[in-house]
Design a protein around this ligand. Structure first.
Ligand code: HEM
Length: 539
């Protein structure tokens, strides 16, 4: 870690300067001499480090120089300005088209930092599958993600990852998902009823509903019960504790860019001490989430010991398996709760947004749902009923392709490596971009950029994609999303209820939206997703 090395070198360096009497002109006091020597060395090394990494390495010595690059990076911010100014994934999509490459594009972040972006199935397969434990989760995730998501499956590497994945896979077996389906449906119906109540309130003439909030509330309640049998009551109470906690950490803070930049240079222990609001919020949230998870484990162990409950939630399965310690289970719960609700909530937001802009698709979807499900209150709805609605499947697949909730993820070379025959030095950052790959014409054909649920009826059932690596919404390989099937069933249940019951319209015609978020991205207008929502009678 550069910052620590510089700090550690400055201490003995200052000692040597004082012992050689090189600082006697500064002050007679040895304390001042040490301080001035230490600070001067700190600044000097910092400047040399900056010059080397910013100017010399990328332009003169990096083995990556010469790889195809998009034009005109800024001196300060590389291609960052373009990335921030455009819609998520747009510049990367353009580069894939315009920059001739054989599977790798090099672009630049702040201070010329190199970012390698794989663009072909072959190179994606190398990073995500055959060399998955060489291209690991980057160190910056330790601060940015692990503090909220826990040190569970998402952060584990190598044999430890293999061990955890093996233990946790049974919890996501289709048989187990079938037993969780009634929970998905019950919660989706509850949300639909509560929204119906909200818009039917007397005097409510222009019923505007914030679906960013509802998506999070519903998916948080689902993951609480599915993971540990706990109802967070986020739907019935918009001020529920856990909802507030996650809202704070997932909403981008004003100081997040500063924190992200410092995170590149500073060790985690030092980051935690920074006096920024964003850092303090995360520390507070972390303590609350950890305490809730610890309590969940205690409570569940008691229930299981008394044999009062043999639940199908993920925690019960972990406890019964017995391979994970309490500390490990706490970390896994933290992972499932965070990874398992914001992602699906983002997909719900995108769905409602697209339905509001595409009334003909909304109508077709509603008819398909109502044909298979005669009423919202039908008590016979099973996973099979939902799976039988082809257009619902097509719509949900298309939402996830077109607006992947995790639009980017990052890997870092743990050792020197080779990608597509190019030498890749240790510590190189590799950017996997679902938001670019999922819309690439090369993989999906000339209509890749169109929102078209019918593409999922094409031969092969994969939307006409030319490769498994064309759809990276859940990633691929040994580190792909373990919750993919869980998420799909949950997502389809929620959309069946919402699209079956309501019609949607943007608050204002062609409402201006920005795509915001930290780990996941959502459409937002003035911090919300305000959608005019009406019950369509007859269901
Ligand atoms: C639409 C919803 C979801 C999307 C789009 C999604 C997407 C992803 C992606 C892209 C990754 C890989 C991240 C990386 O390695 O950089 C991932 C990993 C993971 N997801 Fe999901 N996810 C969703 C829902 C869920 C749910 C519902 C759960 C749990 C109940 C879950 C649990 C996990 C876990 C534990 C990992 C780490 C897997 C590993 O490293 O072995 N996800 N997810």
């Amino acid at each position: 870690m550069a910052f620590v090395k510089i700090l550690l070198l400055s201490l003995p360096g200052a000692y040597v300067l004082v012992r050689l009497s090189l600082l006697s002109a500064v002050s007679v006091s040895p304390v001042w001499q040490y301080l001035v020597g230490f600070l001067s060395l700190l600044v000097l090394q910092g400047a040399l480090y900056g010059i080397y990494n910013w100017l010399i390495w990328p332009n003169l010595t990096s083995p990556l120089r010469g790889l195809p690059e998009p034009k005109a990076p800024s001196f300060w911010n590389g291609h960052g300005k373009e990335i921030i100014a455009c819609r998520t994934g747009e510049p990367q999509r353009r580069w894939m088209k315009e920059v001739p490459n054989d599977g790798l594009i090099l672009y630049r972040g702040i201070m010329g930092r190199e970012r390698l972006m794989p663009t072909t199935p072959k190179v994606l397969a190398e990073v995500l599958t055959s060399k998955t434990y060489t291209f690991v989760k980057p160190r910056v995730f330790q601060f940015a993600l692990a503090r909220i998501l826990g040190n569970g499956l998402l952060m584990a590497e190598g044999d430890e990852h293999k061990r955890q994945r093996k233990i946790l896979t049974p919890a996501f077996h289709p048989r187990h998902l079938r037993s969780l389906f009634p929970l998905f449906w019950k919660k989706a119906v509850e949300m639909t009823e509560l929204i119906t109540e909200e818009i039917n309130k007397p005097g409510e003439e222009d019923p505007i509903v914030d679906f960013n909030s509802w998506g999070s509330r519903c998916t948080l309640d689902i993951i609480g019960e599915a993971a540990a049998g706990i109802d967070f009551k986020a739907m019935s109470d918009p001020n529920s504790d856990m909802l507030q906690v996650y809202r704070k950490v997932f909403q981008p803070s004003d100081d997040q860019i500063m924190i992200a930049v410092l995170n590149m240079f500073m060790p985690v222990w030092l980051m935690k001490l920074l006096p920024f609001k964003g850092v303090k919020d995360v520390s507070k949230a972390r303590s609350i989430i950890m305490k809730v998870c610890q309590d969940m484990i205690k409570q569940k162990k008691l229930q299981l010991a008394e044999k009062k409950q043999m639940d199908s939630d993920i925690l019960s399965i972990m406890i019964e398996d017995g391979s994970l310690s309490d500390e490990e289970m706490k970390n896994q719960l933290m992972t499932f709760m965070a990874a398992g609700h914001e992602t699906t909530a983002s997909a719900v937001s995108w769905s409602v947004y697209e339905l509001a802009r595409r009334p003909e698709i909304a109508e077709r979807l509603r008819s398909a749902i109502r044909e298979a499900i005669p009423s919202l209150y039908d008590s016979n709805i099973t996973m099979e009923t939902i799976e039988s609605i082809r257009y619902l499947r097509n719509f949900c697949n298309e939402i996830l392709r077109y607006n992947p909730p995790v639009s980017f993820t990052i890997r870092e070379a743990a050792t020197d490596a080779v990608l597509n025959g190019h030498f890749v030095p240790k510590n190189t950052t590799v950017v996997i971009a679902p938001s670019a790959i999922n819309l690439s014409e090369e993989f999906w054909g000339p209509d890749a950029g169109e929102f078209n649920p019918d593409r999922w009826d094409r031969e092969g059932g994969n939307g006409g994609a030319t490769s498994n690596y064309a759809n990276l919404t859940f990633l691929m390989g040994p580190r792909s999303c373990i919750g993919q099937k869980f998420a799909m069933e949950e997502f389809k249940a929620v959309i069946a209820c919402l699209a079956g019951q309501f019609s949607f319209e943007e608050k204002t015609k062609d409402m201006e939206i920005s795509v915001k978020g930290s780990i996941t991205q959502r459409p937002m207008h003035e911090g919300k997703l305000p959608i005019r929502t009406r019950v369509v009678p007859g269901w």
